[in-house]
Structure formats: structure tokens, C-alpha cells
Design a protein around this ligand. Structure first.
Ligand code: NDP
Length: 397
């Protein structure tokens, strides 16, 4: 059906190509390209069957990307490198006339700022070129956004209160490690909290608001209000929302380490001089922390991510909770990665499938909740991320 170029050979990229390789009718040709070609080769060898071609590319460099895209001629470029590369890859897609999909919004390297404004600014150019760009197609953003669209379409006349709840109840046995790219993860969780209420953003100190929430099959876990990027597009696309918040669980050990890392300046994103060489503290920290891709082997337990929604249906107040629980051990057995990479990579593959099947295709730049949620929800059930719905339950929030 189609030819894909996947950029980024990290934990998420590993899952994306694993899943694509198993669907030869949809993904007829797959290329995995990244900064370090040996990582692509190792993933391709693990999958076997000569299903994955590999290439080296510096995705910060538009001419290099253009050359690779022109030589391979994919139908779609799937960006699972880092958020810093979103704009260069979008530029290369425009120059070569190829569709685009990613899992995280653009962030400038010198400022920890998660905003869609840079990518939304490409709307006219993609539209005029007749090209589709699908933004934020991982789990959160991604599945959580599609859950919201599905709830609004099928279960509510109006949605009023949205709480996205993200619990990682897994244990990897390390004192401190991040579940995806440490630089991006630490930038995300150390920023100020922010949520939407009555038509405006409300700001909090980092981790200021927290409470125990009960997760299915897991139990109560302390959950912290943080800002997460899908809130920005969801409040725009669902203007009936009176309040939208995002909660994530953190263990005490993790928070203590994070506090120390921040207090001693290791989370800094400004370069410092060390022995005559400029280094960025958080990038150095990444080099000494465990590689998230290697956590899988001893990772036990579950992730549980979902949307708790309150609104009205047929004139009556209604509550609704839709979620997926994913086992780190099962994810590892299937793809050699832990559940955080798995829960991001599977929806990314499904988004690519939606595009290639022509189900999510319209010229312009769109967040995933702007497409029909139904075929995507069906595929989640078939490819390892089944979802559960609870109606009229106590949302705790
Ligand atoms: P990793 O750090 O494991 O992998 C990133 C990969 O991108 C690495 O292979 C890296 O190369 C490659 N890369 C980095 N810079 C460049 C460049 N300039 N040119 C080419 N390749 C480059 O990250 P993850 O796999 O954990 O995450 C991938 C993406 O998924 C991130 O954008 C992350 O924010 C997003 N994500 C989204 C989630 C969601 O639910 N929406 C959840 C989790 C992650 P090298 O190997 O040489 O370092």
C-alpha cells in the first residue's frame, strides 16, 4: 500500500518499525534513518527478513533530508527523532512533496517551551502543497486526543471537564531513569504546571497541585498536575471545555532525584564551559543516565493512561473514563522495549496506517483529534493497546 521513511532509531522508532514490519500489506517498504546508522542496522537485524532498509541522516540538516527523501521517495515521513527536528523535517517534506507525521510538538533547543504555534504556522504551506501533516500521534498526545474526540463524538453532546491521567506503575529497578529521552522528559516535568479553566490558562509552581488517584488494576498513586502539550490543541478543538488538566504519577524517589538534579544545575539547558569545551548540562546528564531503550529487560508492572471526562448527554450530566493498561513485560517480549516506548510507537504506526489507507488525509496541518477517531480506535484494539470504557463512574476529580 505505501512506502514509509521513519526518522529516529530510539525506543519509539524501534516499536514503530517492529509494528510496521508485521503489516506488509500496509507498509510495503520501510526505511529507518537516524543520526547513528549502526542503531538502525541493529534494529533492522533484530526484526530480520530484510524488511527494513537503513540510512544515516542528520535531521537538523534540511538539504540532507531532502536528498534522502528524494532518493527513497516515500509516501510518508514519520518523525520519531526529537522535537527539535520537527521543523526541519516539515521543511524537507514541503520541499519534496511528502506527507508528515510526528509524536511530539516542536521545541526550540534553547527554551523549554512546548507550543504548537511553530508547527501550526505551516498550515497554509501544507494546504497549498496539497500535503497532510499529522501532529502528536503517540499516546499522550495521540491516543488521549483521539479518546477525547471519540468521547465527544459518541458519548456526549458537550464535554465540559477533561482530566488526562497518566500513571506509570512500573518498576525498572534503577534509582533514577527516565522512560523516554531524558533531555525531553526532564525539560517537560520540571516546567511550571499549567491548566485550562474558564477560557484561560492557570499557572502553578512545578508539582504544586497533587492528589492520589486510583488507577484500574493498580490502585491509588500520587498524581501531579503538569502541563502537557495536547491540552493546547484540545481546548482549541473542543471549545465547550470549561476545564482541561493533565495528571502524571511520580514516585518519591524520582521526585527527590529530580529536585537534586535541578538544585545542582544539571537540568540546565544553557551551555557551560568545561575544560575549554562548551557543554549543555542536561545533555551531559543524558549521557550518564540509563538509556530508556535498555530499561525494558527488568521492567515489571503496568502503565495506565486515560481520559476522565464530564459533560452532558441528552440534558443529563454524564461521566466517562476511557483508558488503556499496558504491561512493560508484555511490551518487552514483543518488541524489546518497555511500555512507554510501546504505547507511543503503536499509535504512531496506526496514524501512519490511517494516512496510507486514505482515512486521515487532508491538506494542511492537523492534530490527531481533528480526524475521524473511529478507525484509529478499532486499530488500537487489534495492535496491542486495547481500551476499556467506564460510564457514569466516580472520576475522583
Ligand atoms: P530516543 O532519544 O530514544 O531516540 C531519539 C532518536 O532520534 C535517536 O535514535 C537519535 O539518534 C535520533 N536523533 C536525534 N537527533 C537526531 C538528528 N539530528 N538527526 C537524526 N536523528 C536524530 O527518544 P525516544 O525514542 O524515547 O522518543 C522519540 C520521540 O518520541 C521524541 O520526540 C519524544 O518526545 C516522543 N515521545 C512521544 C510520546 C507521546 O506519547 N506522544 C511519549 C514518549 C516519547 P542517536 O541514536 O544518534 O542519539
Amino acid at each position: 500500500m505505501g512506502k514509509v521513511l521513519v526518522i529516529g532509531a530510539g525506543g519509539v522508532g524501534t516499536v514503530v518499525v517492529h509494528k510496521m514490519a508485521g503489516l506488509p500489506d500496509v507498509f510495503t517498504d520501510i526505511m529507518l534513518a537516524s543520526r547513528t546508522k549502526s542503531k538502525c542496522d541493529a534494529i533492522a537485524a533484530q526484526i530480520g527478513g530484510n524488511r527494513i532498509k537503513t540510512a544515516q541522516v542528520d535531521a537538523d540538516n534540511v538539504p540532507e533530508l531532502v536528498e534522502l527523501i528524494n532518493s527513497y521517495k516515500p509516501d510518508l515521513v514519520v518523525n520519531v527523532a526529537l522535537p527539535y527536528q520537527d521543523l526541519t523535517i516539515m521543511d524537507a517534506c514541503l520541499e519534496t512533496g511528502v506527507a508528515y507525521l510526528d509524536t511530539a510538538n516542536y521545541e526550540p533547543k534553547d527554551e523549554a517551551k512546548f507550543e504548537y504555534k511553530w508547527q501550526w504556522a505551516y498550515q497554509d504551506r501544507f494546504k497549498e502543497a496539497g500535503l497532510t501533516a499529522i501532529l502528536g500521534c503517540g499516546f499522550d498526545p495521540g491516543v488521549t486526543s483521539v479518546y477525547t474526540a471519540y468521547a465527544a463524538k459518541h458519548h456526549f453532546d458537550e464535554i465540559h471537564y477533561l482530566d488526562i491521567v497518566d500513571c506509570n506503575a512500573g518498576d525498572h529497578g534503577k534509582a533514577f531513569a527516565t522512560n523516554f529521552n531524558p533531555e525531553i522528559n526532564i525539560r517537560e516535568v520540571t516546567q511550571k504546571g499549567k491548566y485550562w479553566e474558564n477560557g484561560q490558562w492557570v499557572y502553578t509552581e512545578p508539582h504544586e497541585i497533587h492528589k492520589p488517584l486510583t488507577y484500574p488494576e493498580i490502585g491509588p498513586k500520587e498524581s501531579y498536575l503538569i502541563y502537557h502539550e495536547e491540552l493546547e490543541s484540545l481546548v482549541k478543538n473542543f471549545p465547550t471545555l470549561k476545564r482541561a488538566r493533565f495528571w502524571m504519577t511520580f514516585g518519591q524517589e524520582y521526585l527527590t532525584h529530580l529536585r537534586v538534579i535541578q538544585n545542582i544545575g544539571m537540568a540546565g539547558i544553557e551551555p557551560v564551559m568545561y575544560n575549554g569545551v562548551e557543554i549543555v548540562p542536561i545533555q551531559f546528564l543524558k549521557a550518564v543516565l540509563p538509556n530508556p531503550g535498555d530499561l525494558g529487560e527488568n521492567y515489571k508492572g503496568w502503565t495506565s493512561i486515560g481520559c476522565r471526562i464530564k459533560g452532558v448527554k441528552d440534558g443529563k450530566e454524564k461521566t466517562y473514563y476511557v483508558y488503556n493498561n499496558c504491561s512493560h513485560e508484555v511490551a518487552f517480549k514483543e518488541t524489546g522495549t518497555q511500555a512507554v516506548s510501546y504505547t507511543t510507537g503503536v499509535p504512531c504506526m496506526i496514524g501512519a496506517m490511517m494516512y496510507l489507507k486514505g482515512l486521515w488525509k487532508k491538506p494542511g496541518v492537523y492534530n490527531v483529534e481533528e480526524f475521524n477517531p473511529d478507525p484509529f480506535m478499532d486499530e488500537l484494539n487489534k495492535h496491542g493497546l486495547p481500551w476499556v470504557e467506564l460510564h457514569d463512574v466516580d472520576l475522583e476529580l
